[in-house]
Ligand binder design. Sequence first.
Ligand code: E4P
Length: 214
Amino acid sequence: MKIFIDTANLDMIREINSWGILDGVTTNPSLIAKENTDTPTRVKEIAKIVDVPISAEAMSLDAEGMIREGRELSSIHPNINVKLPMCIDSLKATKVLSEEGIDVNMTLIFSAQQALLAAKAGARYVSPFVGRLDDIGMYGTEVLNQIVGVFFNYGFETEVIAASIRNPIHVLEAAAAGCDIATIPYNILQQMVSHPKTDEGIQNFIKDYEKSKK
Ligand code: E4P
């Protein structure tokens, strides 16, 4: 499974890239606002740091605006794909943009039916939001299983990005479902590294090594 980082913070992107595990970056308007910047400026900066796909979200809600923004964003750098929110206009825009060779990441996906339509319109990625489904008492992971199953049945090449990841179990469930990608916040990536038994084991090895030197 590919690992993307879900952030617009440059230091976090640099740090995770230095771990040797980074396959991509996703941003959204909320993550960009946290950094007090704007999407075109920030994705240009990200593209200078890492050579991986970067999602930049368009803000238009009509197909014509999405197509215009999509062309503008993708012209910033070849690694940039355009995030569009799932709706009828974004399906129309995806059709046009994908035929022009511009990758679309269809975001705010909450059902396999939505993912099926996005794939048929030509989306390169779909982003089902696991955590936000859990938030409303639904089983987010189940939607991942359904989407992966539907895409497998019909041979869609659209990649499934498990998004809205809130804990390391979500990552495990995304991998078990067969998602192509999980986009993961920085703090969750750090949590995935740690295990109390690893820390305990390191401390014990150091203690025994010190003893053996005496
Ligand atoms: C990623 O593409 C999404 O923008 C992100 O994962 C949303 O996560 P949240 O539900 O924690 O805001």
